[in-house]
Design a protein around this ligand. Sequence first.
Ligand code: ADP
Ligand code: ZN
Length: 610
Amino acid sequence: MFRQMGSAGVYCAAMNNAQQILQSVFGYESFREPQDAIIQTVIAGGDALVLMPTGGGKSLCYQIPALARPGCGIVISPLIALMQDQVSAMRQLGVRASYLNSTLDADEARTVERELRSGELDLLYIAPERLTQPRCLAMLEQADIALFAIDEAHCVSQWGHDFRADYLQLTLLHERFPDIPRIALTATADERTRTEIIQRLDLAQAEQFIAGFDRPNIRYRIALKNNPRAQLLHFLKDEHAQDAGIVYCLSRKKTEEISLWLQGQGFNALPYHAGLPSSLRADHQARFLREEGVIVVATIAFGMGIDKPDVRFVAHLDMPKTVESYYQETGRAGRDGEPADAWMIYGLQDVIKLRQMMANSDGSEEHKRAEQHRLNAMLGLCEITTCRRQSLLNYFGDTLHQPCGNCDTCLEPVDTWDGTEAARKALSTVYRTGQRFGVNHLIDVLRGADSDKIKQFDHQQLSTYGLGKELDNTQWRSVFRQLVARAYLSVDIAQFGALRLEEKCRPLLRGEQDIQLRRDTGVTPTRQQTKTALPADIDVGLWEALRECRRELAEEQGVPPYVIFHDRSLKEMCVVLPRTPEEFGYITGVGERKLDKYGAAFLRAINEYL
Ligand code: ADP
Ligand code: ZN
């Protein structure tokens, strides 16, 4: 058994090889970039600042040094709800882990504290508000400590939306424990947050490890919204019939409607938003983690601290307000590195609604301008005709030199057309109608319709009346959408949805500039062949048998199935077909402890099936 006997110090001498711990405890073959360097730094007693995308493998960066160094690794995390699962995952590997937070009663907390003092723990997760209490600090001073890991380090940033006041006090770690290495970790990219972390956590001396932000296993797709429910259903049925995923909507009401409707379509869907009773929210979140194939239909209230590795898709039925949110939300897919989809549909109404919401929001003019700016970047991502990943990474200051080959614009290049003439007609119609009308009426004018409103305002007299019959209604909507998205037109708040000309139009109207528009195609979003389905060389029957075996073990132990084994390990079993414990030990994710605990059950399942 791992680390059950003897003092930590003695054990350490034998185990201070990071590579060996990686293989024997975690069952992984090799480190990912730049885990190795980070781990070496911390083992040697240095401080580190780690920026790595979600799913990049941050946890190993402190877990392995905690095992390799004498004493217990202290992990500070604001995500209390996650601690229990993190601890059970560690215990599954034979690591002596515990946590201290407000969910423990006094007796339980005392037990953990005693274990820490007597050197019986390898890892201890502590909530920041707890850690900063004098009592807790005194206890830590009496214990043997391997390192401090400050997870979600961006919570120290007052600019971010995850700010935690308790994080500001974490400088005291450096003051009270100057000799103990600290490692701060985050997936938040931007420069300002990084500077703030260094400043506020006193990490100027720390070595910085900044990994690229690409998530190559996520396939980005953004399509035009025309029949949202049908489009979503199509996507789920064709590509993710059995998978766990998240569907994001803008409003609470919509999350409830969509989840009810999905249930009617035979999916295991649950709503989640801040207006639901907290017990129900907790229940839905727990089911998402513990059961397989659950879809959560949620507002942005859902997601922070969802550490589920096998989320196979994130679908957006409404457009997020910023590229940051889009990246954060889609980033919840595919943490296990297996193929996953980020799928979104959006349309003219989203653009108008978001522009209005922003114009109506409180805050200074400067703040509003900044928000509009960020919304424009998001719209730009939607309308782009080149690689989406390149554009996304570029937004975060990262470069990808080649188109990615794994986004919709790469897979199905977008056609563009010269929209100069159409755009001019559209803009001059806005002008001639006095910048007081919404898109439907403007299209009526262009197409020469015979509506009451046209008559009421005498718009058949306009020079652009009936001048746009060459495009149909949908095509005109597409033109207007792109003009709004690219900020040639703005949406007037005072008059619901009325379009107004922006300064940017002038050269276009004067004939000094051309405009290329996206040719919107297809009724349904581009449908790629199912990437997340099982590879061809996998026997579905065996796959199901192994999943069943995993389900039973997970239920017995009251942990989520992925804590037993990730999908990747099961897939590998299907291909390799191990017949002996030794062969089983070579499967990714099978360390010594899991070999002992589960080897027999899975070998039996494989044997029976064959
Ligand atoms: P993060 O905290 O950065 O989002 P995690 O630490 O949860 O990411 O790691 C994501 C997934 O990758 C986990 O399932 C983890 O076990 C796996 N992983 C991490 N490092 C390795 C590695 N070197 N080899 C194989 N799998 C790894
Ligand atoms: Zn691409």
